[in-house]
Design a protein around this ligand. Structure first.
Ligand code: GTP
Length: 319
């Protein structure tokens, strides 16, 4: 079975970090974002197809250098074709039911269970659904009592939404879907889904967690979700003086001197947090330095960035 990961977007909401790396390669706790998806795939998935465009060379390089245990094929779009166009562009590699993922969602979804449900219903597709309190910023999905999808609403006004269920960005499709995607730039959510409603499109609700990592806030939420779900750890760090580490953190190959790190802090290889500095609800990527007495809170500090002595960094992305 094949899995397609949509990985060609420009990740504008994570700029300036995504000026120097494509969003799928942005580190999330212990590995790049896209690897969290690949590692969650059921055993029967033997080929991963990445639909790429923006910074495709960086992705090519990563998969040349790192073995992820499955065959990985990158399919390029010279100009981004949108989520539907990107799927159609990989159709020559597809020979049966396949998974498709937005490349920036992190979920506890049991994919084998979703596949079993998809097979039992014999529809053209199954869309994972996640219930939220306020669906107005998302693609909202209405279903009948037997989970057949009968309505799509893109970012409805608060109060107008037909349900609290949103499209969680993980799909299973039959190859027949390609017959309903025109050539060129096409949106899966806006153009294709409304068109195939009558063909047996089902929703699949799940429990646990769902976070899309496309903005600073949601990226940091994803990070704290992973830290509280078993990824908190300390590997090969050096500590000098009294270092306080409240809450869940992931610290790898970094140096800490008389500082406070945590809660919800990730500090990467070769990074350093100096005397009197505080890092919380933030990520400090490889080789970055947080200077003496500096405070980093609710922020993403990119690779090699230097936060000066006494500098205060709050709710921002620095790269
Ligand atoms: P923003 O610019 O911040 O909105 O991020 P984005 O470019 O990633 O867009 P968005 O979050 O809406 O995309 C959802 C998923 O679809 C991401 O995994 C993107 O990489 C992917 N995606 C979006 N547009 C395209 C496209 O034209 N081609 C391909 N291959 N993937 C796309």
């Amino acid at each position: 079975m094949k899995a397609v990961i949509l990985a060609g977007g420009m990740g504008t909401r994570l700029r300036p970090l995504t000026y120097s790396m494509p969003k799928p390669l942005v580190p999330l706790v212990d590995r790049p974002m896209v690897m969290h998806i690949i590692d969650s795939l059921p055993k029967e998935v033997d080929m991963v197809i990445l639909a790429v465009s923006y910074m495709k060379d960086r992705l090519e390089e990563y998969f040349d250098e790192n073995d992820c245990g499955r065959k990985v094929v990158l399919v390029n779009e010279d100009t981004p074709l949108g989520t539907g166009g990107a799927l159609k562009n990989v159709s020559s590699h597809i020979d049966g039911a396949f998974f498709a993922f937005n490349g920036d969602v992190l979920t506890s979804l049991d994919l084998a269970n979703m596949l079993a449900k998809h097979r039992s219903r014999k529809g053209i597709g199954t869309i994972s659904l996640w219930d939220v309190d306020d669906p107005s910023a998302f693609g909202v999905v209405g279903t009948t009592a037997d989970d057949r999808i009968d309505v799509f609403q893109e970012k409805p006004k608060r109060g107008d939404a037909v349900s609290n269920s949103i499209n969680a960005g993980v799909y299973i499709f039959e190859p027949e879907i390609f017959e309903h995607i025109d050539d060129g730039v096409v949106s899966l959510e806006r153009e294709v889904f409304p068109r195939i409603l009558g063909k047996g499109l089902y929703g699949h609700r799940f429990e646990g967690y769902w976070v899309d990592c496309g903005t600073r806030e949601s990226y940091l939420r994803a990070q704290s979700t992973l830290l509280s779900n078993g990824l908190a750890a300390i590997h090969e760090c050096t500590f000098k003086g009294s270092v306080k580490m409240p809450g869940n953190n992931y610290l790898e190959g970094a140096r800490f001197e008389g500082c406070t790190v945590g809660p919800n802090a990730v500090v990467g290889k070769g990074a350093a947090v100096m005397e009197g500095a505080e890092v919380s609800d933030s990520t400090v990527m490889e080789g970055a330095i947080v200077g003496e007495g500096a405070i980093v809170k609710g922020s993403i500090v990119g690779p090699g960035v230097r936060i000066e002595k006494g500098q205060i960094v709050g709710s921002t992305i620095i790269a």
